[in-house]
Ligand binder design. Sequence first.
Ligand code: ZN
Length: 279
Amino acid sequence: MAWYPGATKRELQPESDAQPAIRPTQLICHSIAAPWTGQRIYEYWRDSTNLESHFGLSYDGSLFQFIGTQTRADANASANRRSDGTGAVSVESASNLEHTDPWTDAQIDSLIRLGVWLHQQHDIPLRVCRAWDDPGFGYHRLFAKWSIGGTACPGDARVAQFNDRVFPGIVAGAGGSPSTSIPAPRPAVDLGDLVAAATSDPARAGTPVTYEGTRTVENALVAEGLLAQNLADGHYGTATVRAYAEWQRRLGYQGADADGIPGRDSLGRLGAQHGFTVV
Ligand SMILES: [Zn+2]
């Protein structure tokens, strides 16, 4: 297991010994929706939940490491450890309670240094992940499979900083040059997850009420003039069903084929016009 020399080591047990090995191929950045120090994040993982990250980042830029980077941590749903043994390294960072605030300059500097080390230590390639299992760098809400039931983590300010400062800083710090051959990632909507959200009863326990893929589709329906902006809430309810059925009728579907439940063709055509892919 590898421990980053730039972090204070607070090894989390029993997770550190008990969890399986991974070959780290990604770094996923998070905001923890609490203004905590790395030490406080450690105590939270130790005492309150076992959904830990590898790293915790304070507002002042100090970094703590809880799990070796070649051991699974549990912050990224399907990306924690894939069936081929690869997995994501995760860093939680102090934020306000709504995780809407930007990273501090000190946090950005720390994220860049961590990213450079991960590139050098584990050969994580200098690109933004193009799919949920594609090696590279990303942030939690980039792919639906990196969360359970969708996430708004991190907020818009930090997504912008990731694209404008953190990722370019990692590339520059690693001595690489920003690749122009790799297109900016487009959000991926998981058709199966979307259909599940569209056909489930939100009141039922365990049903995802908020799913980032739903919000992506709703925003496209808003842009098409089929859904009111305030109804793009990440909840695939009656209004979204009605708006999506109207989209299907525009495409020529009729009757039961225009029932408001997405299919691969209608969703793919919506995504082609509004910048998302369907997986
Ligand atoms: Zn997160």
